[in-house]
Write a protein that binds this ligand. Structure first.
Ligand code: HEM
Ligand code: HEM
Length: 176
């Protein structure tokens, strides 16, 4: 399964699972307020928080795997562009980490109700300004993450369809 030209299957599944969760989290995050107050909105917000926690766990496993046993490939392009691409990958990891941390802080500061099962005690009840600030920062980070991820995906497709090299194939599952 592994060869020097492609990532191992675990790395590949971590990548695509995280990407799927991040796109879903962004869409759910943006639509929470369209749902009526009460159980519908609580359910959608709780789904957002649950997916976010799953992403956080996946991120920890992914980073441990990457540093311990995952296949490490040199940058697919040489020179300054290669260093830029590695820098963009590090920026993606950093943005995921900070978005998740600020998301968890938002949940704690707001004191969210999770699926009507339990209530997280609010950090500073009644401090609406703080709640707004932390959600605004979370949204800014989430939007930056999404924009960088879309650019990154577009570059990968440019490699595949225009430059016709194997960069995208390095990150695709090989089906038997
Ligand atoms: C553990 C991880 C996360 C937690 C606990 C979390 C929690 C939250 C909370 C509590 C809100 C406010 C909901 C409301 O206003 O009713 C929110 C909003 C939002 N989240 Fe997250 N989040 C997490 C990760 C993410 C990630 C990774 C993304 C996307 C890439 C994301 C995108 C958004 C967006 C776009 C909003 C809407 C902000 C707005 O329009 O006010 N979240 N999140
Ligand atoms: C939220 C969405 C995404 C995130 C957060 C993300 C994140 C990342 C990260 C952090 C890496 C570096 C892996 C490592 O070396 O540890 C990577 C590699 C890669 N990603 Fe994504 N990605 C996303 C979506 C996409 C999409 C949509 C595509 C293709 C259409 C794509 C194609 C690739 C490819 C081909 C590589 C390997 C690049 C190389 O070997 O130099 N990614 N991605």
């Amino acid at each position: 399964m592994n060869n020097s030209q492609s990532y191992d299957s675990k790395t590949i599944w971590y990548h695509w699972l995280s990407a799927g969760l991040i796109f879903s989290l962004w869409i759910i995050g943006q639509t929470i307020d369209f749902f009526p107050k009460g159980t519908p909105r609580i359910t959608v917000r709780s789904m957002h928080i649950t997916f976010g926690v799953i992403l956080a766990v996946l991120l920890i496993f992914r980073i441990v795997w990457k540093n311990k046993s995952g296949v490490k490939l040199p940058s697919a392009i040489p020179g300054i562009l290669g260093r830029l691409s590695t820098g963009a990958h590090h920026a993606l990891y950093a943005l995921i980490t900070v978005t998740v941390i600020v998301g968890l802080s938002a949940t704690w500061i707001r004191g969210d109700n999770i699926f009507n099962l339990f209530q997280i005690p609010a950090f500073d009840p009644g401090n609406k300004e703080l709640r707004k600030q932390v959600v605004d920062i979370h949204e800014l980070l989430a939007n930056s993450l999404l924009i960088l991820a879309i650019l990154h995906g577009m570059i990968a497709m440019w490699h595949h369809w225009i430059k016709k090299d194997d960069v995208l194939k390095r990150m695709l599952p090989r089906l038997k």
